[in-house]
Design a protein around this ligand. Structure first.
Ligand SMILES: [Zn+2]
Ligand SMILES: [Zn+2]
Length: 249
């Protein structure tokens, strides 16, 4: 293992050119892609190939150190880095900035989906993208995930409307007619109340716009590929519902 605080020793002590740094970055990104996709690769072999090519005046150790610089830049960007190259902590901010700039020109968009986010929509999009590309390695995650405070908008809801809709459902989902899947911690059958025209689209908080659904049907209204058809089916199935026109802000 190379020491984190090792200083780069080089056959040539001249500063690395952009061309040299770029070739190291491209090799690094290839290895990272392999690692993320659980494909085998050899760090030693890549190092050897670099020394046989563009980096012929550099030593094995100085290339390893550059790889740790690249990890440091990726760490800064909250992107994944190669586990075998611990981010070098003793590099200046100028070097790091230069690395980040060069990394961007080398194409790091494929790492964007790995950057943690507090935005629910962005999280969903990243998860979908990662599921499509397939996550090869089991991720480490965060033992102490960062917290952010956000300002949220909530609607003032009428408890009687919600209670009436649940009561009318009488323990059965108004979407699929199955029994509430369990008894809630209040001792009553567990169903969720959904606004067919969302409050966010200026739907009303009334019994003619609210339905009692099992968690599956509720999720289906929000997240399924056939949510528009499902919504139509609810309007057709439940006589008390009145279709409301969506209004944009
Ligand atoms: Zn249901
Ligand atoms: Zn809902």
């Amino acid at each position: 293992m190379s020491d984190l605080f090792e200083t780069p020793s080089a056959l040539s002590n001249s500063p690395w050119t952009d061309e040299e740094l770029t070739s190291a970055i491209l090799a690094y990104l290839d290895m990272l892609r392999a690692e993320l996709n659980s494909r085998p690769y050899s760090k030693a072999e890549v190092n050897r190939q670099l020394r046989a090519g563009v980096l012929s005046t550099r030593t094995k150790g100085s290339i390893e150190f550059r790889m740790q610089n690249i990890s440091a830049a990726l760490y800064e960007l909250k992107m994944p880095w190669i586990a075998g190259y611990l981010p070098a902590k003793n590099i200046g901010s100028t070097v790091k900035e230069k690395m980040v700039a060069l990394l961007r020109t080398c194409g790091i968009e494929f790492l964007e989906s790995y950057v943690p986010t507090s935005d629910h929509m962005a999280l969903a999009a990243k998860v979908t993208s990662l599921r499509v590309q397939k996550v090869g390695m089991r991720p480490v995650g965060n033992f102490q995930p960062a917290m952010v405070s956000t300002i949220t908008t909530s609607y003032v809801r009428d408890p009687a409307v919600k209670a009436w809709v649940l009561q009318a459902a009488n323990g059965r989902c108004e979407g699929c007619d199955s029994q509430a899947p369990f008894v809630g911690n209040d001792g009553l059958p567990y169903l969720e109340v959904h606004h067919v025209m969302p409050l966010a689209s200026h739907g009303s908080d009334t019994t003619t716009n609210a339905v009692a659904l099992c968690p599956n049907c509720h999720r289906r209204c929000h997240s399924s590929i056939d949510r528009d058809d499902f919504k139509l089916a609810l309007y057709q199935k439940i006589p008390r519902l009145i279709v409301e026109a969506p209004t944009a802000d």
